[in-house]
Ligand binder design. Structure first.
Ligand code: EPZ
Length: 432
C-alpha cells in the first residue's frame, strides 16, 4: 500500500488547476444508463472512485471508455440488474445504479452498502422514494431486491433525520424521469452536484424544474437520449487547496475554483483571517498564522458548511491560538482524523458529535493512518504544516477523491513523495 512522505513547513506558492468534481461525476455516470444512445462526459477526474463506477457500469453491460479525462458511456448493453456486494462495499455510490435499473429494467438487486469509516450509511430514503414510485422491495441476505411493472409519478418527501440526502435525491430523480406522470419531490438536496445531475438529465430530454430548490417537479418522459456534458470543478478539492495555502502561510492561485458554490467555505476562511480574492489569474488564497483567530463550525446541508470540508478545517484550527468548536451534524462520527492529528501534537477532544480544538503552537511530523477520504486530506494538510517528517499510510483513501494530489502539491513547492511499501522496506534495508 502506498504512503506519502511529507517534509513540513514549506509555504505553498504558485498556481493549481482543480480537477472535475468526483461527486458530480458519479451520479452522471449512472444517469448515462438511462439513455438509449451513448453519452460523453468531459473533464472527468481520474480517480479510484470513477474507475470503480466505470467497472460497475461495465458489469451491468454498458461499454465505458475513459481516456484523457473524457469518458464515453454506451448503455446499449445494459441488461444486468445486479450490483454485487464486493462492488458496492468498495464504493457506496454504486447504489446510484438502482434508479436507472428500475427505470430501464423494472428490477434491481443491489447490495446494501453497510457502513464506512464516517458512520452508518443508510439508504432508507432512497428506498422510500422508489417505493413511492411504485417499486415493490424486499431486503434479502444483505441485498435490496426491487421490482416494478411501470414506475408511476408520485408526491413525497426525501428529507430525513439529518436533513436532505444528496444520494437519495439523485437516485430517486433518475427513476422519476422515466416514470409515468408527474413526480414532486419535497425536501430535495440542493447541493451543486444535484444541480449538475439535473442539468445533464435535462440535456438528455428529461423534464425537471426546481434545480437548487427544496422542491423538484419532474414530468416523466418515454425515453432519454445520450448527451455531452463537461463536469464542473470539484468544490471540495478547491477548498482543500485553499486550506493548504492557509495552513502553510502560503500564497497560491487556484485557476478554476468554482467560487459560486463555495460561499460557506470562503466565509469561514475569512472569519479565521485567511484571505481569498478573485484576480484575473484565478482565485488567490493567502494567509499567515499571526493573523488567524479561532472560530466555530457547524456542518450542514448545502448551502451550509460542507461536511466534506470539516476534517481539513480541523487540521487548520489545530494550529490557531485559542479554542475552536466543530459540530458535525451530517455524519456525527466523522472525527477519526482527530486522534491522528493528536498524535502530531494537536489538542482536540471529541464528544457527542462535537470537537473542541485548543490551538497548539506547532504540530510535529509523525507516522499517521488515513481512515477515509477527507480524513486523509486532513492528515496531508497537517503534514504540510508540521515540523519534521510525516508519513501518511493507506493513501488509497485519498486516491479515491483527489487526482494526483502529490503532484499538484509538489508543483506548489510542497515536499511530498509517494512511496510504496516495498520501496520503504528497501530504503530501510539499505539504511541497516
Ligand atoms: C454524498 O454522500 C457525498 N458522496 C458525500 O461525500 C457527502 O459527504 C454527502 O453527500 C453529504 O454532502 C457522493 O456524492 C458520492 P447523503 P451521500 O445521502 O449521498 C443520511 C466525500 O467525501 N441518510 O446526503 O451518501 C446520511 O446518513 C463523500 O466525497 C439517511 O439517513 O450523503 C447522512 O447523515 C463522503 N438515509 C445524511 O443523510 C438515506 O437514505 C446525508 O447523507 C440517505 C442518507
Amino acid at each position: 500500500m502506498d504512503k506519502f512522505v511529507i517534509e513540513g513547513r514549506v509555504p505553498l506558492r504558485g498556481s493549481v488547476w482543480i480537477s472535475g468534481s468526483k461527486n458530480a461525476t458519479l451520479p452522471l455516470m449512472a444517469a448515462a444508463l438511462l439513455a438509449d444512445s451513448p453519452s460523453t462526459l468531459y473533464n472527468v477526474p481520474d480517480l479510484r472512485d470513477t474507475g470503480t463506477m466505470a467497472d460497475v457500469l461495465r458489469f451491468l453491460g454498458a461499454d465505458v471508455r475513459f481516456e484523457d479525462h473524457v469518458m464515453m458511456i454506451d448503455p446499449a448493453g445494459f441488461r444486468n440488474h445486479e450490483a454485487p456486494y464486493d462492488m458496492v462495499r468498495k464504493m457506496r455510490a454504486s447504489v446510484y445504479v438502482m434508479g436507472p435499473m428500475l427505470a430501464k429494467l423494472g428490477r434491481a438487486r443491489v447490495s446494501m452498502p453497510g457502513g464506512c469509516a464516517i458512520g452508518p450509511r443508510p439508504i432508507d430514503l432512497h428506498l422510500k422514494g422508489f417505493s413511492a414510485l411504485g417499486a415493490k422491495m424486499e431486503i434479502e441476505h444483505g441485498y435490496v431486491v426491487a421490482q416494478v411493472e411501470k414506475l408511476r409519478g408520485a408526491e413525497f418527501s426525501l428529507s430525513g433525520a439529518a436533513g436532505s440526502s444528496v444520494g437519495a435525491t439523485c437516485n430517486v430523480l433518475m427513476a422519476a424521469v422515466l416514470a409515468e406522470g408527474e413526480t414532486i419531490i419535497h425536501g430535495a438536496a440542493r447541493e451543486p452536484e444535484v444541480c449538475e445531475l439535473i442539468a445533464f438529465l435535462r440535456k438528455m430530454g428529461a423534464e425537471i424544474e426546481g434545480a437548487g430548490e427544496r422542491v423538484l417537479r419532474v414530468r416523466g418522459v418515454k425515453s432519454l437520449r445520450g448527451a455531452r456534458h463537461t463536469i464542473v470543478a470539484d468544490r471540495i478539492e478547491a477548498g482543500t487547496f485553499m486550506v493548504a495555502a492557509a495552513i502553510t502561510n502560503g500564497d497560491i492561485i487556484i485557476k478554476n475554483a468554482p467560487l459560486d458554490h463555495m460561499d460557506a467555505v470562503v466565509s469561514k476562511l475569512h472569519e479565521i483571517g485567511a484571505r481569498v480574492e478573485q484576480t484575473p489569474d484565478g482565485t488567490r488564497v493567502w494567509g499567515s498564522f499571526e493573523n488567524y483567530s479561532p472560530t466555530n463550525i457547524q456542518t450542514w446541508t448545502y448551502p451550509g458548511f460542507p461536511t466534506d470540508m470539516q476534517a481539513q478545517f480541523m487540521a487548520l484550527l489545530a494550529l490557531v491560538p485559542g479554542t475552536s468548536i466543530i459540530r458535525e451534524t451530517i455524519y456525527v462520527d466523522r472525527f477519526l482524523h482527530a486522534a491522528e492529528l493528536n498524535r502530531m501534537g494537536a489538542n482536540i477532544q471529541v464528544l457527542n458529535g462535537m470537537a473542541t480544538i485548543i490551538g497548539v503552537p506547532k504540530l510535529s511530523g509523525a507516522p499517521v493512518m488515513a481512515s477515509d477520504l477527507r480524513a486523509s486530506a486532513a492528515l496531508v494538510l497537517g503534514g504540510l504544516a508540521a515540523e519534521g517528517t510525516t508519513v501518511v499510510n493507506r493513501v488509497y483513501h485519498i486516491d479515491r477523491g483527489y487526482e494526483s494530489i502529490e503532484n499538484k502539491l509538489t508543483a506548489l513547492g510542497a515536499k511530498i513523495t509517494r512511496v510504496s511499501d516495498d520501496e520503504l522496506e528497501e530504503a530501510a534495508g539499505s539504511a541497516r
